[in-house]
Design a protein around this ligand. Sequence first.
Ligand code: ZN
Length: 308
Amino acid sequence: MNRLRLPVELVLSIVSSYVENLPLHGQPCVKPDWNFVKPVSLVSHACRRAALEAWFRTLRVRNRRDLVAISRDWPELYRWARTFVCISPDHNDLRAWDLFGFVRLRSVVVRMSPGGHECPIRFINVPPSVDSLELNGMVEATPLDMGDVAEAFPNLRTLTLRPQYTWCGLCNTSQRPVLSGEIPSLLVYKGGIGLPVHYAKFLSALTTLETFRITTIYKDNTDEHSVSQPPWSRYLDIGKNEHIWVGECHVCVVLLYRDDGFRESWVAKKREPEVRPPALQTVEWAFMTEAEFFVQYRDLDDILDDEV
Ligand SMILES: [Zn+2]
């Protein structure tokens, strides 16, 4: 009996397509469950290679020794990886991560341990193909940190930040802002505005940056009796957003916005920034209460402990 023989290229394409279309799971960056990939990988040497190549397009590592192991034992991963995911790296190790050799990398995602990382971890030798960076869980993201990002990732088109405290451009510290009014799920700015003033300056070197996303963890105004009294509480109304909120803390807003001249000049400065990333189109502020933040991180830790 004649057996149907498919060209090996077609078989490999089918395997690759199968793996790419599997259900995704995991945090902070999803990929197929290995249990669904494993049976295909056992069919033949060629199928195993195709399955592994498709599965490792998202490469998750936990510490610097993983990079040494890749270099020594599995150099193919340098060509296979498209998304590099760094999960809970050692917060005592302050050396920069070296991405030399990941020639097809498109995006980098970092999920830092809550409370462990004061600032974002740094990278060197980032391939020019990387156009997306996501940094999660660091205590703060200062303008100087934005300068490090711009220097290491010069070709970014999308930058996403989820710090635990929000940078205030008035007192130049990281705070947990108090907000009132109807908090939107997303505050979207178009046309190149919406960055904290000092962020705009330090990110201006990113000539291709189009989208900036940031999540702010806030306190509800009802927790702060001192700032809930009229007339100044209206300055904290993020729902109306008359003053183009870009991370200012409640202390600065209540103290400084009472001065009409200062308030109007500050808002005008945000409406027409002197310097900014030239291609910036969209700035998105997402909002999360402290309670939501703690629940999310507790759940994520449970997931990661099981997976990594
Ligand atoms: Zn402030």
